[in-house]
Design a protein. Structure first.
Length: 421
């Protein structure tokens, strides 16, 4: 099945190529063999021009009465006034019955009499009458009565001038364009497929490396296992709804995955402490932002990773940590991840509380709009809750009564994350 389309395209290409080649060869053969439209014209000999191709005049040089009938000498001039060469021509002249050809001269015309019609045909060397050239010839006729010819019938073939032949170059150009488009299409398609495969492979490697790393964090803090992946998913979905580019969505997903990397620096006893935290312990936990920023400094090839780890706990009103940045001064990725992070915290069980329900979450998030969160981003998050997106990415951790929080989803379940996933 997979081969069918390429095969059809190839067959279509061959068919068009054969058609163009045939047209070209027929055209070429026609030019080479002078096979062109037959030209027929009645030429008025009284000075009136009838045709745009050939013009003729006749001059009666003498007329004498002989022993039998009249001897009359005529001088004909045939001029090609068209743009094309006339070839393989012959001329017909109707004469009275009983006419005899006594003599002929010039232009090596071969007149022969057929009943009451004289046919003039050229010798080989004046078979062609070129554009704006003329031939002349004379004839001495004996006619029973005085005779003045008033028209000739000219029959010839117009030769297509190779220089004026646009059909040939047009067909050749058509073949070249078609071949270039065809080859270009396949080369581009092939390169694009290779590029996409490589890109998908790169994404896979990056994700596997990041997931390996966050499994260390999960091992330290089993109660929030899966948190990073969920935050990444929500953040990517927000970015997608904000109509950010595919690359940005992908980067925000990465940033979401690694936003809590600094947690690895928090002592286990503090991280998993069920009771109330002391001021120092809270400081230690808050320090995961600075630690994360330092750890991820070297991951500069992916935009926004370090800033997100460093600033995802900043608040829109400037009362967050570690630097107290306010509003748009907080990097966009960090603002998005901040909302996604809070949503996941509210929708997951914690050591000290059970998750909030949907309405409570919406209320909390809206309460934080403009103070904790960027109001624009809040709108998207609330939409995602209301339109059921968060049900798409099931909340197992929120619903397990036994406190287990298995995370069943894989990257292939992630809606809105690109590059093959
Ligand atoms: Fe955090």
């Amino acid at each position: 099945m997979k081969m069918e389309r390429p095969l059809n395209t190839f067959m279509m290409f061959m068919a068009v190529l054969v058609m163009l080649l045939s047209a070209y060869l027929v055209n070429k053969s026609a030019i080479e063999n002078n096979v062109s439209a037959e030209y027929v014209s009645d030429l008025n000999l009284n000075g009136a021009r009838l045709s745009d191709g050939v013009y003729a005049t006749v001059k009666k040089n003498s007329e004498t009465r002989g022993a039998v009938g009249y001897d009359t000498e005529y001088e004909f001039l045939i001029t090609n006034i068209g743009d094309t060469t006339m070839s393989n021509w012959k001329i017909g002249l109707t004469v009275p019955t009983g006419t005899v050809i006594k003599n002929s001269w010039d232009a090596a015309i071969n007149p022969h009499l057929d009943k009451n019609n004289i046919v003039f045909t050229p010798e080989y060397y004046n078979i062609d009458i070129h554009s704006y050239e003329a031939i002349s010839f004379g004839i001495l006729l004996n006619t029973p009565e005085p005779f003045s010819p008033d028209f000739l019938r000219f029959v010839g073939y117009e030769i297509v001038d190779a220089k004026k032949d646009l059909v040939g170059p047009f067909i050749i150009a058509g073949i070249i364009v078609w071949a270039v488009v065809f080859v270009g299409y396949w080369v581009t398609k092939f390169n694009l497929r290779n590029y996409k495969e490589r890109q998908q492979n790169d994404v896979k490697i990056i994700l596997q490396s990041m997931n390996t790393f966050i499994s260390f964090i999960d091992a330290k803090d089993p109660y929030t296992r899966g948190h990073s992946k969920r935050v990444a998913m929500y953040a990517a979905e927000i970015a997608k709804r904000m109509k950010l580019s595919e690359d940005e969505v992908q980067n925000i997903y990465y940033a979401g995955l690694l936003h809590d990397s600094g947690k690895i620096s928090i002592p286990d006893a503090v991280l998993n402490k069920p009771g109330k935290l002391t001021h120092e312990e809270r400081k230690l936990i808050q320090n995961h932002t600075i630690a994360g920023g330092k750890m991820l400094k070297q991951l500069s090839s992916i935009r926004g990773i370090r800033e997100t780890a460093l600033y995802h706990h900043e608040r829109y009103d400037g009362t967050g940590y570690p630097e107290g940045l306010r509003g748009e001064a907080i990097p966009l990725y960090a603002r998005i991840v901040g909302v996604a992070d809070s949503y996941d915290a509210m929708s997951s069980n914690r050591v000290y509380r059970r998750h909030l329900n949907k309405d409570e979450i919406i209320e909390e998030i809206q309460k934080g709009s403009g103070s904790q969160f960027d109001p624009e981003i809040v709108k998207y998050m609330v939409d995602m809750i209301n339109d059921g997106y968060v049900n798409v990415v099931k909340m197992e951790t929120a619903d397990n009564e036994d406190g287990s929080n298995k995370f069943h989803l894989t990257e292939s379940d992630i809606p809105g994350v690109y590059m093959g996933y």
